[in-house]
Design a protein around this ligand. Structure first.
Ligand code: SAM
Length: 219
């Protein structure tokens, strides 16, 4: 049996802090959340490695550093209502749940959504709600959201998500072409939007009405 707590601390000390992650709340959430529970059993020994890992259905759990930097850029204080697009394994949503008030997370693949939901229940993350569907449409009935995190790559930020962002809110999203993107930070203040590009990244595609068409899935 691996000592997963030791591996988590090693992940934070060797992958996150040296690369500049400073937010103590983010670092302690990543020391706490059991990433190995969010991957299949055969992959558990790699759960804390410095890489993205397959989670089935041709999807991935993001590299720990990418989870940490996207979370840090959200500037969570603890009282936010957060929307995540792309539940995947559920790990990023668990980190968000540690750091905010309530998390709504949308996944288009029903099997992944079901597995993530089971993990949240087993681990006692009562403030996470999983929805199966096209996340590019957002969740108008629960809007506005203080923070929106998109964890799949898209050509641009879906318009419905911009509309569903609260004033004073932040969206973080990997935006670019099919095989390479850059993190984009969007802030809404007094109705006006400001944008800032951050680190390069590579995510699986955001597929939906306001993302890529499903054809890219087969490419
Ligand atoms: N946040 C995830 C985690 O912690 O494991 C990793 C997300 S994975 C890189 C991207 C996910 O976005 C995939 O599970 C994919 O099925 C999902 N996805 C792609 N397009 C979507 C859409 N329109 N709505 C919801 N989920 C979508």
């Amino acid at each position: 049996m691996e000592d997963f707590k030791r591996l988590r601390d090693l992940m934070v000390d060797t992958q996150l802090i040296p690369r500049g992650i400073k937010d103590e709340r983010v670092l302690s959430a990543m020391r706490k959340a059991p990433r190995h529970i969010f991957v299949d059993d055969y992959m558990q020994h790699k759960a804390y490695d410095d890489m993205a890992l397959p989670i089935g259905d041709e999807q991935t759990i993001s590299q720990p550093y990418m989870v940490a930097i996207m979370t840090e850029l959200l500037e969570l204080k603890g009282n936010e209502k957060v929307l995540e697009i792309g539940t995947g394994s559920g790990y990023q949503a668990a980190i968000l749940a540690e750091l905010s008030m309530e998390v709504f997370t949308i996944e288009r693949k029903a099997l992944l959504a079901k597995k993530a939901e089971e993990r949240f229940q087993a681990l006692g993350y009562g403030n996470v709600h999983v929805i199966t569907g096209d996340g590019t449409l957002g969740l108008p009935e629960e809007s506005p959201f203080d923070r929106i995190l998109i964890t799949a790559g898209s050509p641009k930020i879906p318009e419905p998500l911009i509309e569903q962002l609260a004033d004073g809110g932040i969206i973080i999203a990997p935006v670019g072409i099919r095989f390479s993107q850059q993190l984009l930070i969007v802030r809404k203040s007094k109705g006006a939007l400001s944008e800032q590009l951050h680190v390069p990244c590579v995510f699986v595609p955001l597929i939906g009405e306001y993302g890529w068409s499903g054809d890219e899935e087969d490419s």
